[in-house]
Design a protein around this ligand. Structure first.
Ligand code: NAP
Length: 363
C-alpha cells in the first residue's frame, strides 16, 4: 500500500490507467496489491501467458497472500500484446524468457514499461533506476528513445538482492568510496516465484546456489546503479565485487551479509553517521510509495531479521545492522529488504511515480 509522507501534500490528479504483465505470478500479485487503491494509478489491464489469457483473473491465478481484491477477481486476463492493453504505463513482472520481446513491443507501441526482468538492465541506454539513489539516470531515456525509434521507453529495476546491496552501499560509496565488496546473501523462497523451490528441497535446508546468474547480476548491476551519469552515458562505479548467494527457508526478505573495503577508511560510527545523514534524492517529491526512512539503521545486536524487519516502511525500507569493524577489510554490515516489494513490484511502482513527478507520463 502507498505510504504518503505526512509532510508532503499530494495534489489530487486523475488516476493514470496502468497494466500489469505477468499479473498471475508472485511479483504480478504484489503489483496488484500495491496498485489497488494507489492514489495516482488505476489497474485497467491484467496480462499473462496463453495459459491464462481469456480466463477470469481468479480462475487464472493462485492468489498467494491475503484476499484477492474483488474488482481484480472478475477482470479478464488478456495476452501480453499491446493491442489488448490500452494503458500508457505498463508494469512488467514477466519471466525473463519472454520479457525481452514483449517489453520491447510495448515500448515500440508507445508505452512506458517498468520492468523487473533482467533482459534490459545492463543495456547502456536503459536506466537501472532506484529513485532515491540515481534519479539522474532517467536522463538516458532521451537517447534510448531516439536510438531505438521508440515512442515509449523501458525503465528497469534491479535484481532483488542487488537492490538491498546497492541501497545499503549508496551512502557509504558517496561518503567514503566503496572499493571492494564481499557479499553473501540469504534469499527468501518467494524470490523464486510461484511455485518456486520444491518444499522438500528447502525445508530445513540451505541451498548455496540460485540459477539464472544471480551472483553475476549482483556483480554487474551494483556498479551500474552506483555509477555516474554524464553526457548520455553511465560510468559504472569502479568497485570489485565477489558474491555468494544462498536460498534459505524464509518466506519474504533477502538478507545480505557484506564486508567492504573503502577508498577512505571509516570507523563503524562514521559509517552509521553517513547512513543516517544520507538523504534520499527524491525526498521532497512526495512520491506515494517512497518510504520514510529509506534506510533504517538498527543497533540491536541480532537484527535485521526477515521476520521482524522485512515489512519496514511497508516493505520499502532497507534495514541495516551489525555495522562493525572487519579485521581484513574495513567494515562489515548486514542489510535486509523485502524482495517482492522493495526488490521488485514496489521498486517499479516507485520508478513510475518518479516518471509522473518528472512529467514524463500523465502530464
Ligand atoms: P512467476 O511467479 O513465475 O510469474 C511469471 C509470470 O510470467 C506469470 O504471470 C506467467 O503467466 C508469466 N509468463 C510466463 N511465461 C509467459 C509467456 N510465455 N508469455 C506471457 N507471460 C508469461 O515469477 P515471479 O517471481 O513473479 O518473477 C517475475 C519476474 O520478476 C521475473 O523476471 C523475475 O526474475 C523478476 N523478479 C522477481 C523477484 C521476486 O522476488 N520474485 C524479484 C525481482 C525480480 P502464467 O501464470 O499465465 O504462466
Amino acid at each position: 500500500m502507498p505510504n504518503p509522507s505526512p509532510s508532503v501534500s499530494i495534489p489530487p490528479r486523475p488516476r493514470i490507467p496502468v497494466a500489469v504483465l505477468g499479473a498471475t505470478g508472485a511479483v504480478g500479485q504484489t503489483f496488484i496489491r500495491l496498485l489497488t487503491d494507489h492514489p495516482w494509478f488505476q489497474i485497467t489491464a491484467l496480462a499473462a501467458s496463453e495459459r491464462s489469457a481469456g480466463k477470469r483473473y481468479d480462475a487464472a491465478a493462485r492468489w498467494l497472500s491475503g484476499t484477492m481484491p474483488a474488482e481484480i477477481a472478475s477482470m479478464c486476463v488478456v495476452p501480453c500484446d499491446p493491442t489488448y492493453v490500452d494503458a500508457p504505463l505498463v508494469f512488467s513482472a514477466l519471466d525473463a524468457s519472454v520479457a525481452g520481446e514483449v517489453e520491447g513491443a510495448f515500448a515500440r507501441a508507445g508505452r512506458f514499461v517498468l520492468s523487473n526482468a533482467r533482459n534490459y538492465r545492463l543495456e547502456p541506454d536503459v536506466p537501472l533506476l532506484i529513485p532515491e539513489v540515481n534519479p539522474d539516470h532517467l536522463a538516458l531515456l532521451d537517447g534510448q528513445r531516439a536510438a531505438r525509434g521508440w515512442e515509449g521507453a523501458i525503465i528497469t529495476n534491479s535484481n532483488c538482492a542487488t537492490m538491498v546491496i546497492a541501497m545499503a552501499l549508496a551512502p557509504l560509496h558517496r561518503a567514503f568510496g566503496v572499493r571492494q565488496l564481499f557479499v553473501t546473501t540469504l534469499q527468501a523462497v518467494s524470490g523464486a516465484g510461484y511455485p518456486g523451490v520444491p518444499s522438500l528441497d528447502i525445508l530445513g535446508n540451505v541451498i548455496p546456489y540460485i540459477g539464472g546468474g544471480e551472483e553475476e547480476k549482483i556483480i554487474a548491476e551494483t556498479p551500474k546503479i552506483l555509477g555516474a551519469y554524464a553526457n548520455g552515458a553511465i560510468t559504472p562505479a569502479p568497485m570489485q565485487i565477489s558474491a555468494q548467494v544462498t536460498r534459505v527457508p524464509v518466506e519474504n526478505g533477502h538478507t545480505a551479509c557484506m564486508a567492504v573495503a573503502l577508498e577512505r577508511r571509516a570507523e563503524p560510527e562514521e559509517a552509521i553517521a553517513a547512513i543516517t545523514a544520507w538523504k534520499s534524492a527524491v525526498e521532497d517529491l512526495g512520491l506515494p510509495s517512497a518510504p520514510a526512512p529509506t534506510l533504517a539503521v538498527t543497533r540491536e545486536e541480532d537484527r535485521p531479521q526477515p521476520k521482524r524487519d522485512a515489512d519496514a516502511g511497508r516493505g520499502m525500507t532497507v534495514t541495516i545492522g551489525r555495522v562493525r569493524r572487519d579485521p581484513i577489510l574495513d567494515l562489515r554490515l548486514v542489510a535486509l529488504g523485502h524482495n517482492t516489494i522493495r526488490g521488485a513490484a514496489g521498486a517499479s511502482v516507485l520508478n513510475a511515480e518518479l516518471l509522473v513527478a518528472r512529467g514524463l507520463v500523465g502530464a
